[in-house]
Each structure stands twice: as C-alpha cells, then as structure tokens.
Design a protein around this ligand. Structure first.
Ligand SMILES: [Mg+2]
Length: 181
C-alpha cells in the first residue's frame, strides 16, 4: 500500500503563517511513530504537500529544505522514514494541477512507485487533500488534527466515503487492523 500524507496538520502542527523555519516545525504527538509503524509493515509513505509560502515569497526553497531536513530528522528519531517527499510551491493565484486540490502530486507518487489508485490511501486534514484523492479514486482518511475538525464540520457529500480519525496515530492503527484482518 502507498500511504499519501499531507504534511501540515497531519505530521506537524499547522501554522496559518506557514512553517518557515525548523524552529516553527512542531511535530504532532505520535506522528513519527505512526510513520515508523507503516514503514515496518512494508508500506510506502509519501508526503504530498502544498507549500505556497515559497510561491508567495514568504520563504525560500532553502528555507523549505531546512524545514524538511528537520522533519526527516524528527521522523527518524521515532524510527520512521519517508519514501518520497513531494511538494508544490505554487501560489494559489498561479496554481497548476500539482497544487492540491489538483491531483498532480498524488499522481506523481503513484507513478513513482507504480501503484494503482486502489492500492493507495490519502490521509489529510483539509478538504483539498480529500478532493485531490477523490479526483484519482484514491481512498480518503480525514484526521482531526490541524484543520481537521473544521473540515469535518463542512465535509462535502461528494467526497464521501471519508473515514475520520482523531490523528495520524489512530488512522494508522485502524489501517493496520484492517491489514491484519
Ligand atoms: Mg494540512
């Protein structure tokens, strides 16, 4: 299985003003260990993340690289690793299909690992994560961290079915239980 993860609000705390430095990266409790459990079970894990802070000129590509080095380090400390870290720096006013809700990054991840959509799952906290997955027929899981509770309250019916969990750790526990049954 290919597990596609949104970044902000799933692995680390969301920030309205963007995570621009390693100091602003605050991991969500249990997220690193959840990634490690996916790794250990043989699943592929790919982050697909809008990072328009770059496209908006609020941070540089180097800043984003530094944040991602910190993310990889934090995951590693919990025994986890990412098989791919795919980002889109488009600003919203010049969005390509790569920027969620466009499905471009998710398609890139499927292509990179030669995975069919029905062998993938998207875990996100925002409507646009679920929209991108729905566009490709990828299964959708919403977590209540980050923007998740707001998203849950206004979830468009067209995006159903969506499975909802409190956080990534709970979502991974449920996925593991399925795989074992
Ligand atoms: Mg998010």
């Amino acid at each position: 299985m290919l597990v596609l993860l949104d970044r902000d609000g799933v692995l680390n705390e969301d920030r309205a003003d963007f995570v621009k430095t390693p100091a602003e990266l605050v991991m969500i409790a249990g997220a690193g260990a959840a990634v490690a459990r996916l790794n250990a079970a043989g699943h592929l894990v790919a982050v697909v993340s809008n990072q328009s802070g770059v496209g908006r000129g609020l941070m540089s590509e180097d800043d984003l690289d530094a944040v991602h080095a910190a993310l990889v380090s934090a995951l590693g400390a919990a025994g986890g690793h990412l098989n791919a870290l795919i980002t889109c720096t488009d600003p919203p006013w010049a969005a390509t299909a790569r920027r969620k809700p466009g499905p471009g990054m998710l398609q890139e991840a499927l292509d990179q690992f030669d995975i069919a959509p029905d062998q993938a799952v998207m875990i996100g906290d925002a409507t646009r994560d679920l929209e991108a997955a729905a566009a490709l027929g990828i299964r959708r899981i919403l977590v209540r961290t980050g923007k998740g509770r707001t998203t849950e309250a206004k979830l468009p019916a067209a995006l159903h079915p969506v499975t909802i969990h409190d956080d990534l750790a709970a979502a991974v526990t449920a996925l593991m239980a399925e795989a074992a049954s």
